[in-house]
Design a binder for this molecule. Structure first.
Ligand code: DC
Length: 226
């Protein structure tokens, strides 16, 4: 392919509950690209640690666990990701509140990250991907063609998460979810080179009060070539 038609590498970073994965998946579908949900990979490892009783504070055991684990993302029919943990489909289970409660700390282990980041980079090598995470534009794919920072107010993010949890059949209390998201923001913004940061070159999209289709169109406008 010539440079003019090469498919883009698109990085989407932002805090929990900003609507990032929803819009990233739709944008990927619209462009015919592969959507890669890196948070799901950290969730899969957190789930395995929970099952094995490895505490989220035991960095050495978590790093060893990552070395002995296969996490794979496949394209689901809706353009989302099917998540395989050592070959087992854990797509639904990784969204449980128990996993959400420990995943940020699990994902802070450097050797564990390094292993997943190798997989992420190899998936993006051929282009035509929308990769969603926290450190994608800054660390995983610093040469991405487009970098987006998707955000929303804490209150709106908590409201959306509660609606999503309830729709999935979990119990959810707004104040508790808001506190949990604030705690995760704090952790996700303090992971050294992997911290969630708003880069100078990032296009900032604030989704507060906007419909999904409006946000998608805004992003697609930025992805058009001039
Ligand atoms: O996007 P999410 O809520 O599914 O992400 C789960 C956790 O994984 C979140 O606390 C941050 C972490 N994460 C990360 O550290 N780096 C990424 N690239 C993606 C997610």
């Amino acid at each position: 392919m010539t440079d003019g038609t090469r498919e883009l590498v698109i990085a989407m970073d932002g805090p929990a509950g900003a609507g990032k994965s929803t819009v990233a998946r739709i944008v990927a579908n619209r462009l015919g690209y592969l959507y890669i949900d890196t948070g799901a990979m950290y969730r899969a490892l957190a789930l395995k640690a929970l099952r094995l009783g490895i505490p989220e504070t035991d960095a050495a055991a978590l790093a060893d666990l990552a070395d002995a684990t296969e996490v794979e993302l496949q394209r689901a029919p809706d353009g989302g990701n099917r998540v395989l943990l050592d070959g087992e489909d854990v797509t639904a289970e990784i969204r449980s509140p128990a996993v959400s409660a420990v995943v940020s700390q699990v994902s802070a282990v450097p050797r564990l990250r390094q292993r997943l980041i190798e997989v992420q980079r190899s998936m993006a090598r051929a282009g035509g991907v929308v990769m969603d995470g926290r450190d994608i534009g800054s660390y995983v794919l610093p040469d991405a063609d487009r970098k987006f920072y998707i955000t929303a107010s804490l209150q709106e993010r908590a409201r959306r998460r509660v609606a999503q949890l309830r729709a999935e059949g979990h119990e959810a209390d707004l104040a508790a979810v808001e506190a949990e998201i604030a705690r995760r923001d704090e952790q996700d913004m303090n992971k050294g080179v992997h911290s969630l940061v708003q880069l100078p070159e990032s296009i900032v999209i604030d989704t507060t009060g906007k419909r999904v289709d409006e946000v998608v169109e805004e992003i697609l406008r930025h992805c058009r070539r001039t």
